[in-house]
Design a protein. Structure first.
Length: 269
C-alpha cells in the first residue's frame, strides 16, 4: 500500500519534470553539461557493478540493461537541469564544488572547509547514532519481500548484506541518484512551485523527506521502523543541501550507506 502510494507520487513528479523540461528547455539548456556529467557518473557506476558480476546477463538481458540505463540517463539529466534551474530562481547555490572547479564561482564565495567537513561528519554521526538506538530498541527484521529478493536476485547477482566492493558500489549509486532526485530535484521544485523559499524552505524539506521515507517502506518488519529511521535523516540532508549544496548531501548519504553496510548486519536480524 505504502509503496504503491510512493510509486504513484514519483510517477507524478517524473511526468511534471518531463513536461517542465520541455516547457523550460531554453532556460535549462545551459545546465545540460551538469546533467550529462551526473548521468554519465551513474552509468559508469552501473557498468562497474555489471563488470563485478560474472553471471549478470543470466539475470538481466543486455537489452533490458540498456533500456534501464537510457531511462536513468534521461531522468538524471532532467532532474539535474531543472533542479539547478529552480535553485537559481530560489537563490540557492546547488553544486558549489563542481561550479568552483569549472570556474563558475569566484573566490569571494570560498567554502569554509573546516565547517563543511564538520557538518557532514555531524550529519553522518547523528544518522548512525539514531539508527543504532532505534534498531536496538525495536529489534527489526528484514521483511519477507527483502528476504525473497536477497535469496533470489541478490544471490544470483552476488549482492548480499555482507560488506563487499559490489555492495558498496550499489549503495553509492543509490546515494548519488537519490540525492539528485529528491534533494536537488523534488525539494527545490516544491519550494519554487509553492513559493516556499526563505524561512519557509523547511516545508519542502519535510515534504521531500516524507516522500523519501516512503521509498524505504516494506524493507523491515515492523515496517514503520524504517520509515521512522529515514524521515529525520532526510530532514538533516535537506538542511545540509540548503547550506552546502548537492555534493555535501551525496558525501553524507554515501558515507552513511557505507557505514550501515558494516553496522547493519549486527542490528537487523
Amino acid at each position: 500500500m505504502i509503496l504503491s502510494l510512493y510509486g504513484i507520487l514519483i510517477l507524478i513528479f517524473v511526468v511534471i519534470f518531463l513536461i517542465n523540461s520541455i516547457r523550460l528547455r531554453k532556460e535549462i539548456k545551459i545546465y545540460l553539461k551538469y546533467g550529462v556529467l551526473f548521468a554519465l557518473t551513474l552509468i559508469a557506476i552501473d557498468i562497474a557493478v555489471v563488470m563485478l558480476i560474472p553471471n549478470f546477463f543470466d539475470v538481466m538481458p543486455l537489452h533490458t540493461l540498456l533500456i534501464t540505463d537510457v531511462i536513468v540517463f534521461v531522468i538524471t539529466v532532467i532532474f539535474t537541469c531543472l533542479g539547478i534551474y529552480y535553485c537559481t530562481q530560489l537563490g540557492i547555490v546547488e553544486i558549489p564544488l563542481i561550479k568552483r572547479l569549472s570556474g563558475k564561482i569566484d573566490n569571494s564565495e570560498m567554502i569554509a572547509w573546516r565547517n563543511y567537513i564538520i557538518t557532514i561528519i555531524g550529519v553522518v554521526a547523528g544518522a548512525i547514532l539514531f539508527s543504532v538506538i532505534l534498531f536496538k530498541l525495536t529489534s527489526p527484521q528484514l521483511s519477507e519481500k527483502m528476504k525473497q529478493l536477497s535469496e533470489t536476485q541478490g544471490a544470483k547477482l552476488g549482492i548480499s548484506s555482507e560488506p563487499s566492493v559490489l555492495t558498496a558500489l550499489v549503495l553509492i549509486a543509490f546515494a548519488f541518484g537519490e540525492e539528485i532526485l529528491f534533494r536537488l530535484g523534488i525539494q527545490n521544485y516544491l519550494a519554487k512551485q509553492f513559493r516556499l523559499d526563505g524561512d519557509k524552505y523547511w516545508v519542502p524539506i519535510v515534504l521531500t523527506s516524507g516522500l523519501w521515507a516512503l521509498a524505504h517502506a516494506n524493507m523491515l518488519t515492523p515496517e514503520w521502523v524504517k520509515i521512522v529511521q529515514i524521515f529525520p535523516i532526510g530532514i538533516a540532508l535537506g538542511f545540509l543541501f540548503r547550506k552546502y549544496g548537492l555534493e555535501s548531501c551525496i558525501f553524507a548519504h554515501g558515507i552513511f550507506n557505507l557505514s550501515m553496510m558494516f553496522i547493519g548486519p549486527y542490528l537487523i536480524t
